[in-house]
Design a protein around this ligand. Structure first.
Ligand SMILES: Cc1ncc(COP(=O)(O)O)c(C=O)c1O
Length: 389
């Protein structure tokens, strides 16, 4: 039974919206933004109602994260991810990127080595640089049409004295939902070499039907003690602009170091709407999410089919989750920044060039498919004329 209309085209232009307004997507130029990771769908209706009710109250003093707030997170993690967490493990942050920055500030010294698995979400590079840490790349391997971890190289990087790995799980941009076996292998290496794992799981709820996300370290108490899990309702329920994230830290020493940094920065309270949205989304949003996941998978399948049939020069990398397609444009033999620019100028499509995710992303483009299917169909037609012109 379908209750939610993900086919509805909702006007986002001129609403102060990063995705549409930053690239000057006007009614006249008909640009279609398929770049930054937010969705063109309304969030669950219960969240909208809760926010209206909260706004009508009219008093917006400091918010308290009450028991209901914590229970909503604890229940969500148990129900969706089979992970029992304690209330005291849950720390806050308006976003995962600021949390990442504060975690590195709390837990590293300048010069410490931090591993990332490239190509990867580009702010990972800047948080490492901002904290004067040294970057160690563990490039992912593209085998067939799917990415895998290179464990031999990872072990080398750990042996070279890595202090931290920032894991992207599920992985943006390559769309892998790492298996329990892969994560276990990574965890064993992290334990052998005493490497702290900061696992960015912001996309953990966005896995295609039948695919299972495993929370890093959830199978081992010892491993959980050397892990920090970052997740949020922001991608899941399209609430990125409301800004509430969960930084889950089982280890009390690591937790206290993080807490002291966020306290010193005056960032330990969330805004009143963030608290309300988070609670309502986790408590009431599951049926909406279930339908969303089916819709996203059908969008992904649509892109794959269209490109295979009509634009065989391009290849959509096999994905298991997120709403970001990673597309190989290398057969066009052109510079990816050039392709990105020409796509905007000649077709009005705004994608993101692969090289911003790392040198080994060069030649790819990332396409956000979380939009009504009619918009995606129009985008595919434009892409077709661009490549096959
Ligand atoms: C892997 C990953 N981490 C973090 C973020 C952004 O998180 P936030 O807006 O909470 O800082 C994104 C957004 O696209 C992402 O893909």
């Amino acid at each position: 039974m379908k209750y939610y209309d993900f086919n509805e085209n909702i006007e986002r232009r001129y609403t102060g919206c990063e995705k549409w307004d930053r690239f000057n997507c006007t009614l006249e130029n008909k640009r279609i933004p398929l770049w930054v990771a937010d969705m063109d769908f309304k969030c669950p209706p219960e969240v909208i109602e809760a926010l209206i009710k909260r706004a009508e109250h009219g008093i917006f003093g400091y918010a308290l994260c009450d028991d209901e707030y914590y229970h909503s997170i604890i229940n969500w993690m148990a129900k969706r991810h089979n992970w029992q967490i304690d209330q005291e493990w849950i720390c806050r942050s308006p976003g995962i990127v600021p949390a990442m920055d504060m975690l590195l500030r709390a837990l590293t010294e300048p010069g410490d080595r931090v591993v990332i698995q490239t190509p990867v979400y580009h702010p990972f590079y800047s948080v490492i640089k901002n904290n004067k840490c040294s970057l160690l790349e563990n490039p992912l391997l593209l085998q067939g049409n799917k990415y895998y971890m290179d464990f031999d190289d990872l072990e080398e990087k750990f042996r070279a004295g890595a202090k931290v790995i920032i894991l992207c799980s599920p992985h943006n941009p390559v769309g892998r939902v790492w298996t329990r076996a892969e994560l276990t292998q990574l965890g064993e290496l992290a334990q052998s070499y005493d490497v702290l794992v900061i696992s960015d799981e912001i996309h953990s709820d966005l896995v295609f039907p039948g695919v299972k996300h495993t929370v890093f370290g959830s199978w081992s108490e010892a491993l959980a003690q050397q892990s920090v899990i970052c997740n949020a309702p922001s991608k899941t329920f399209n609430l990125a602009g409301v800004q509430a994230s969960n930084i889950i830290i089982p280890n009390p020493e690591i937790r206290n170091r993080y807490l002291s940094i966020i306290k010193n920065n005056g960032m330990e309270t969330l805004n009143v709407f963030a608290v309300e949205a988070l609670k309502t989304a986790y408590n009431c949003g599951e049926p909406w999410l279930e339908e969303l996941l089916v819709y996203l998978k059908s969008n992904y399948d649509f892109i794959c089919k269209f490109i295979t049939q009509n634009i065989p020069l391009l290849k959509v990398i096999e994905s298991e989750g997120t709403y970001l397609a990673w597309i190989d444009f290398r057969a066009l033999g052109k510079d990816d920044a050039d392709i990105e620019q020409k796509l905007i100028e000649e077709t009005g499509l705004v994608l993101e060039r692969g090289s911003i995710f790392g040198a080994n992303g060069y030649g790819f483009q990332r396409l956000n498919f979380a939009c009504p299917q009619s918009l995606l169909a129009e985008s595919m037609n434009r892409l077709n004329s661009f490549v096959n012109a």
